[in-house]
Write a protein that binds this ligand. Structure first.
Ligand SMILES: Nc1ncnc2c1ncn2[C@@H]1O[C@H](COP(=O)(O)OP(=O)(O)OP(=O)(O)O)[C@@H](O)[C@H]1O
Length: 477
């Protein structure tokens, strides 16, 4: 009607014709709604037979559930953002926390082209204001529309859409900000997990590193295998070794490799077995649940008869907090229950400084599938630290350091600390490390000598005792 009104205004030549058309249109508008609907359907049919292109629109929110974002929309958004620089012409750029490079996305009503198996498709983005179902509010309704030729319908609706959603979901997972959860008063609280450790910066023997990485990757891809053998998709790691050998750093590297969240479970803050079970069942898939220093947490040290009552003095909670009544059997039941009741891949890690002290039930194979020893700093591990801290691959002082590391027990944490002291001056740091290593060597030799002396005295005492006993026997005989 609007178009007709304009023609009427500006083209006097067509006024009689336009007048009649306006009359007919007016009649139609006032005629029965059934006639109007039939007419609309007919016009749509003619339009679609002339237009061979199909459109599918993906809204950010369904009209009923305005609060929840559609998973398909989010996956499409990630896919298009990742490919925008290749596919789009007029894009907008924005920075996202945690990303070094800018993220490119589409402007309102912008169109970009994608190609799949030689077939071309078009995506348009729209960001319109619409009223919600209760019509009380106006909301922004964002949507992506996919346009493709009718002849490609099967390829696009079956194969291409699957490709976009799979790629998009994988990107969402990869770029998601991961969380570090800690428990307090029976609840998990979360912060962003931002530990920078990776397997590249981890000072560990290359073959141990490779073994762990291979194991983790195999585990993360083994959904079908676990389904086939009828076992829960989980893996337990036991990390043991002296303080400062990198157990916590390894856990961070594992979480970064797999893009998992971390639940750091402080057992001494858990009041009872029921609370422990609740906390563990609240953890999500794609996560690592960590119990650090399990030998110090509660009395899980193999003396089962004492386990329910005695808590080490240093672990007694302060103030009004009740002492934990978590028992070994409670912990074992909660972990076994977690495996059988929850879906999604999960890893649980225990760390300890003292493997011998732990109850065998806690760490048996099947519960803790992989036992990893974190040992004192080897020369190979030192080279990783030298690369991390000093950006040095080799140096004339490396030979002396290798000799000293072979004769001393020093943790990677202590080596790292020494290399950090005078950052910027590599040679000075290495000299400083040599002097620290020589001191450690002297001290350990002194200790060894002391021990040797004690053993010698003990042996002498034993010999004297034996000689006296022989004398006694001779005298009495
Ligand atoms: N293997 C390693 N590779 C790289 N850095 C390490 C390594 N071991 C220790 N470090 C450094 O030392 C610091 C302490 O290490 P970490 O907390 O991982 O040791 P830990 O074995 O968990 O100690 P604890 O048993 O006392 O908890 C780390 O922040 C890291 O900088």
């Amino acid at each position: 009607m609007f178009a007709l009104a304009i023609i009427y205004q500006y083209s006097p030549k067509f006024r009689p014709l336009v007048k009649s058309l306006m009359f007919v249109a007016n009649m139609l508008q006032q005629s029965s709604p059934y006639l109007q609907q039939a007419l609309n359907r007919y016009i749509q049919k003619i339009e679609s037979s002339c237009d061979p292109y199909i459109q599918i629109t993906f809204h950010e929110h369904s009209s009923r559930q305005f609060s929840e974002r559609s998973g398909a929309y989010v996956a499409i958004q990630r896919y298009l953002e990742a490919n925008s620089s290749r596919m789009g012409k007029r894009l907008k750029a924005h920075s996202v926390k945690g990303h070094e490079s800018l993220v490119l996305s589409m402007n309102n009503n912008e169109e970009i082209t994608d190609e799949y198996q030689g077939v071309r498709v078009w995506w348009t983005y729209s960001n319109n204001v619409v009223s919600t179902t209760n019509k009380l509010q106006l909301e922004k309704q964002r949507s992506y529309t996919l346009i493709f030729h009718n002849r490609d319908r099967d390829l696009i609706t079956k194969s291409y859409m699957k490709h976009v959603l799979t790629k998009g979901k994988a990107l969402s997972l990869k770029n998601r900000r991961r969380k570090l959860y800690t428990n307090k008063y029976g609840r998990w609280t979360e912060v962003d997990f931002e530990h920078p450790a990776t397997f590249d910066t981890l000072a560990l023997k290359a073959d141990t590193k490779k073994d762990i990485v291979d194991d983790l990757i195999t585990f993360s891809k083994a959904k079908d295998y676990y389904m086939k053998v009828g076992k829960p998709w989980k893996r337990g790691y036991l990390l043991y070794g002296p303080p400062g050998t990198g157990k916590s750093t390894l856990i961070a590297a594992m979480a970064n490799l797999l893009h998992y969240d971390v639940y750091d479970l402080e057992l001494t803050s858990v009041t009872c077995n029921t609370e422990l079970k609740k906390l563990l069942t609240e953890t999500c898939g794609k996560s690592i649940t960590v119990i650090e220093d399990i030998d110090c947490s509660l009395d899980f040290t193999g003396k089962r008869e004492l386990q329910n009552i005695e808590m080490k003095e240093k672990d007694k909670p302060s103030g009004n907090q009740k002492p934990s009544q978590v028992t070994l059997s409670g912990l074992l039941n909660s972990i076994d229950g977690l495996w059988s009741s929850s879906a999604g891949e999960r890893i649980i890690v225990f760390t300890t400084n003292s493997l011998e002290d732990l109850d065998p039930a806690l760490i048996r194979r099947g519960r803790m599938d992989k036992h990893i020893e974190m040992s004192y700093c080897s020369f190979e591990a030192f080279k990783v630290l030298a690369r991390n801290y000093l950006e040095i691959e080799s140096h004339k002082l490396f030979g002396r350091i290798e000799e000293l590391l072979a004769e001393t027990n020093i943790s990677p944490a202590d080596v790292a600390e020494t290399l950090m002291l005078k950052s910027g001056d590599g040679e000075n740091c290495l000299k400083c490390l040599i002097s620290v290593l020589e001191d450690v060597k002297d001290i350990s030799e002194d200790i060894k000598e002391e021990k040797h002396k004690v053993v010698k005295v003990d042996k002498r005492k034993k010999k004297v005792k034996e000689a006296l006993a022989v004398k006694d026997v001779a005298a009495n005989g």
